[in-house]
Design a protein around this ligand. Sequence first.
Ligand SMILES: NC(=O)c1ccc[n+]([C@@H]2O[C@H](COP(=O)([O-])OP(=O)(O)OC[C@H]3O[C@@H](n4cnc5c(N)ncnc54)[C@H](O)[C@@H]3O)[C@@H](O)[C@H]2O)c1
Length: 254
Amino acid sequence: MTDAAALHDLIDLSGRRAFVTGGGKGIGRAIATRLVEAGATVTVGDLDEAAERAAEEIGATFARCDITDAAALSSAIEAAAGDDGLDIMVNNAGIFPTTGPMTAASDDFVSRMLEVNVRAQFSACRDAANRMPHGGVIVNLASIAGLRGGANISAYSASKAAMIALTRAFAIELGPRGIRVNAIAPGVIDTPGVQDQMGPLKASGVDIAKIISGNPLGLTGQPDHIARVALFLASDLAAFVSGHTLVVDGASTA
Ligand SMILES: NC(=O)c1ccc[n+]([C@@H]2O[C@H](COP(=O)([O-])OP(=O)(O)OC[C@H]3O[C@@H](n4cnc5c(N)ncnc54)[C@H](O)[C@@H]3O)[C@@H](O)[C@H]2O)c1
């Protein structure tokens, strides 16, 4: 790639193979959609049966897998990589149940959070990197919760802070192999997961639309706001960007 590369070539992902975890809905689905649009061959890995239909709708291949099932995740990544190798890995699948007061959090709750949001992400990054013989890109979904504290979300915050730390560490280790590793830290995004989480608030009469758009831009955070940034990081537009966590939150944390 030269400095004079044309814009459409920089964003063109034709011939590249991508894997998106949790691509059945929400942010993951939006990212998978944008990657397909840019020409990539995309596999969506998700534990939800409905994700198969979603993958079909956007022109992606579906691999049913729970990211905490190491063997299933590894073989799904292997299949997505094919003989030529994987180019793009998006570690999006994650959980965000409210921790509640830290004084009442059970060890099982904390272990589960770290199992899904850290241990499985580490394994996914490792397995993807091992399938990237020609270099590649890893995009991890962190959160603004990993950058600042917050009441009742301590275990989630810890898991996303770990994701940011892993992103930096992996970028340094994998850089010499031509693999860029970055993270995105979204603010509140209107997804099925967030709607579920805010269900009790909604039921008690709280205007959750107001909470979701409660950022200085006054915008409702949409999955595609995050997908556009993921596309940037996955493309050659971001050729010199690695080890970075890009905050996408309408200035919530500014
Ligand atoms: N929505 C937000 O406000 C927000 C903010 C910051 C960070 N994030 C992060 O973005 C990511 C996606 O969030 P979302 O709001 O789109 O979530 P969502 O709950 O709407 O969708 C998550 C998808 O991941 C899949 N999934 C969950 N656990 C899985 C597992 N163990 N194995 C395979 N698939 C699994 C689900 O089936 C679903 O399709 C998460 O990592 C989340 O922490 C979200």
